[in-house]
Design a protein around this ligand. Structure first.
Ligand SMILES: Nc1nc2c(ncn2[C@@H]2O[C@H](COP(=O)(O)OP(=O)(O)OP(=O)(O)O)[C@@H](O)[C@H]2O)c(=O)[nH]1
Ligand SMILES: [Mg+2]
Length: 325
């Protein structure tokens, strides 16, 4: 299939074309990269007006179960849902990706949904670019809700919050210790905290935990443009579906408020600009490293800077001089 056909099928909503296009942007090969860039450029501005939702939570909190239930609820309401995963930890085994697919079995088979297992990547920067490009492809294919999942281990939350419109943190029922364990930065990035597993024996613990988080959120600085009751905490059960409709209503309310105030577009614009600048940075680095002599000199200068034998600014200037005609 040539890339014109690929683009046509993709915008027509063909899921296999979407999968192929995402494989293309994930590829590290130079010829694939060039094709991916051209494809993304061709597709720019096409497709669905979307809501990008970041979802994070520690292993076992119920992300996959939540996405299965929440995604199915959304497709049932007529949305087209895409699920992407950002997984910077190369430790994740193929087995757990398989586990994910079985836990999202219904959604994976849903014709209105597209679930993409996370590529195994080690470098966070590469993951970020690939995920942003996959988001664009899903939107071009008509998906109006894009869920970006990440396991809550630190850096990856900031990254996901930086490529989405809303950031949702899934938490487990637990005592005060749990609250202590949440990194402040992650709490600050959250628009909505969902305390999952509010069912059966865990229900009362979930309600208490939710009240703790609500209290903690009140002490944090809220974003100036947001309605005064955000960020907020709710209880949900991914297993029995309790609270999923309320969670969705809250997400929509916040997104609508941000659209109304202009904050939604400002955030997207700032993100787009950031990605452009990052692409320029990466492109410059790639050009420098393409010359083996320059690459070697860079490595040497890096060590010299580490050892305190060269000043970072002067060392950088020497490397950049290689770009001069
Ligand atoms: N009681 C209860 N159990 C749940 C709920 N949601 C998930 N679980 C259970 O919690 C376990 C972990 O759920 P997953 O959905 O795999 O969690 P995850 O966050 O995707 O885990 P990782 O992919 O390993 O990061 C499973 O045994 C689920 O059945 C819930 O709402 N209530
Ligand atoms: Mg999972």
């Amino acid at each position: 299939m040539d890339d014109t056909t690929l683009a046509e099928r993709l915008t027509g909503g063909d899921r296999r074309a979407l999968a192929r296009a995402i494989t293309l942007v994930e590829s590290g090969r130079a010829d694939h990269r060039a094709r991916a860039v051209a494809l993304l450029d061709r597709l720019a501005g096409t497709g669905a007006e979307s809501l990008r939702i970041g979802l994070s939570g520690t292993p076992g909190v119920g992300k996959s179960t939540f996405i299965e239930a929440f995604g199915t609820m959304l497709t049932g309401a007529g949305h087209k849902v895409a699920v992407l995963a950002v997984d910077p930890s190369s430790t994740r085994s193929g087995g757990s990706i398989l586990g994910d697919k079985t836990r999202m079995e219904r959604l994976s088979r849903d014709p209105r949904a597209y679930v993409r297992p996370s590529p195994s990547q080690t470098e966070l920067g590469g993951v970020a670019r690939r995920t942003r490009e996959a988001i664009a492809l899903c939107e071009a294919a008509g998906h109006d809700i894009v869920l970006v999942e990440t396991v809550g281990v630190g850096q990856s939350e900031t990254l996901v919050a930086g490529m989405t419109d809303l950031f949702v943190l899934l938490m487990a029922p637990g005592g005060g210790d749990e609250l202590q364990g949440v990194k402040r930065g992650i709490m600050e990035a959250a628009d909505l905290i969902l305390v999952n597993k509010a069912d059966g024996d865990l229900k009362s613990a979930a309600v208490r935990t939710c009240a703790d988080y609500a209290g903690a959120l009140r002490l944090m600085r809220r974003r100036a443009d947001d309605p005064p009751d955000f960020p907020k905490a709710l209880t949900v059960s991914a297993a029995d579906g309790h609270g999923l409709d309320t969670a969705w209503a809250e997400m929509r309310a916040l997104a609508d408020a941000r659209r109304g105030s202009g904050a939604f577009d400002r955030r997207r614009a700032a993100q787009a600009r950031g990605w452009f600048e990052e692409a320029v940075r990466q492109g410059l680095l790639a050009r420098l490293r393409a010359d083996p002599e320059v690459a070697r000199r860079m490595a040497d200068l890096g060590r010299a800077v580490e050892a305190g034998e060269a000043a970072p600014g002067a060392a950088a200037a020497e490397v950049l001089a290689a770009l001069d005609p």
